[in-house]
Design a protein around this ligand. Structure first.
Ligand code: BGP
Length: 476
């Protein structure tokens, strides 16, 4: 008997734009994900100004879940999934983002999808904004640099809470909201906040301003969800990448502490309902002059989350970057390779203990239930002579992480709601646009060039995960 809850939510996670396809079906509008080309290992994705002819946009078809979902949900049910995490494509509900009324065909698609899940006793777990802001809102309003986005987001969120009341109970507002602390990356700014880089603007300031509007929108959505249905549970979604000091040198320790603050203050606002003490000081010293009103601060206080949803793939480590005594907030600046860890083909440090560390970090600060809503190993799978993918490396990665997750529950006493490994069915990589960077238990016959039959098949990890669920994590 494991110490996991009896109703532990085992499942898998995806995001609408990475698997649905059907980019122009049911009245769907164009999202930021629809204007991102395919990258490759080491070649980053290009963000184009609209959909241009002759370019390869992998999200347009993805794995065509839009038409295949009954078959896919059936496979999830065969593995014993208790829940399924996906997102609602904002552009299916409000194609341009600023319409007065929601699009019925889009609402109906998700109604049918959620009914299909419930048919097998699978609970939908829904992210509202997962890297798929309507592109029109970027072009016309400048994305989350504009306060009006709060209103557009709330219309979208409210339409979802109202329509799916009784069908969806677990929600999250913004996927990996803290990724945008990497404000040197045009990709991170566009995916998270629909921001284009303008050389005349201070990008750090802009990141704080956009994040503030998102956090206000999130807090309003938490309140609205509770008002519409008191059974709703709304979480935040934080990318947890613990940042360790490289050595015991005090300056390394302090650098790591400051880097953690710079990356995780979002969780302070979501969970405590207020900014941590260092941030107003920082805003003032940098003369950021942000649009933060007293009323906003009240909203943040009143809209704290019910649980902490987070992704965990890897840890990072840092050494003193010579900025003492200020320890500048740029965590990139001192980041280095951890000599104790192995790395995936994409350079992601494999660190199962880091999961337990991150869970303790959250627990000590916020004392809220947690939900691991992403974890997994991206790899290039080879189909064997027997037609099957033998992905022992994936099983090994997941097993070692589940072991640590169990220690966090059984030894550290953390209240964990569930575990949904990322990309339970192969899908388009968010970061690279590749199809061949795979995470799934289910193989999808399609490659980076877009060739393949889209046929689904079970990998070795499929049978393994089925047994894990059947024994509530006992048999790994
Ligand atoms: C997270 C995102 C997901 C997902 C995952 C894996 O950052 O929330 O959308 O894609 O990472 O990343 P990638 O697809 O780049 O391998």
């Amino acid at each position: 008997m494991t110490g996991l809850r009896k109703d532990f939510l085992w499942g898998g996670a995806v995001a609408a734009h990475q698997l649905e396809g059907g980019w122009q079906e049911g009245g769907k509008g164009i999202s930021v994900a629809d204007v991102m080309t395919a990258g490759a290992n080491g070649v980053s994705r290009e963000i184009t100004d609209g959909v241009l002819p002759g370019k390869n946009y992998p999200n347009h078809e993805a794995i065509d879940f839009y038409h295949h979902y009954p078959e896919d949900i059936k496979l999830f049910a065969e593995m014993g999934f208790k829940c399924f995490r996906t997102s609602i494509a904002w552009t299916r509900i409000f194609p341009e983002g600023d319409e007065a009324e929601p699009n019925e065909a889009g609402l109906k698609f998700y109604d049918d999808l959620f009914d299909e899940c419930h048919k097998y006793g699978i609970e939908p777990v829904i992210t509202l904004s997962h890297f798929e802001i309507p592109f029109h809102l970027v072009k016309k309003y400048g994305g989350w640099r504009n306060r009006k986005m709060i209103e557009f987001f709330m219309k979208f969120a409210t339409a979802c809470f109202e329509r799916f009341s009784g069908k969806v109970k677990y929600w999250m507002t913004f996927n990996e909201i803290n990724n945008q602390t990497n404000y040197d990356s045009p990709f991170a700014l566009m995916t998270n906040s629909g921001l284009t880089v303008d050389p005349s603007e201070n990008m750090e300031r802009l990141m704080y301003q956009a994040s503030h509007f998102e956090l206000v929108a999130s807090a309003l959505a938490v309140q609205k969800a509770h008002e519409i249905d008191p059974n709703n549970q709304v979480g935040c979604m934080i990318a947890m990448v613990p940042i360790y000091p490289l050595t015991a040198k005090p300056q390394d320790i302090m650098s790591a502490e400051k880097a953690m603050q710079a990356r995780y203050w979002f969780a302070d606002v979501h969970c405590n309902g207020r900014y941590p003490s260092w941030l107003p000081v920082h805003f003032k010293r940098e003369n950021f002059n942000l649009d933060i009103t007293e009323e906003d601060l009240d909203v943040l206080k009143a809209g704290t989350v019910d649980y902490i949803g987070f992704s965990y793939y890897m840890s990072a480590c840092i050494k003193d970057n010579g900025n003492a005594p200020e320890y500048h907030y740029d965590e990139q600046n001192g980041q280095t390779t951890n000599p104790y860890l192995e790395h995936s083909e994409w350079g992601w440090a494999v660190d199962p203990e880091g999961l337990r560390y991150g869970m303790n970090w959250f627990n000590d600060r916020y004392n809220l239930p947690q939900f691991i809503v992403e974890n997994g190993f991206g790899a290039i799978d080879k189909v064997g002579a027997d037609g099957k993918v033998h992905d022992s490396y994936r099983i090994d990665y997941l097993r070692r992480h589940i072991e640590q997750m169990k220690l966090a529950v059984e030894i550290d006493g953390i209240d964990l709601m569930g575990y949904t490994p990322w990309g339970c069915i192969d899908l388009v990589s968010a970061g690279t646009g590749q199809m061949d960077k795979r995470y799934g238990f289910i193989y999808v016959d399609k490659n980076d060039a877009g060739e393949g039959t889209l046929k689904r098949s079970r990998k070795d990890s499929f049978d393994w995960y089925k047994e894990v669920i059947a024994t509530n994590g006992e048999d790994l």
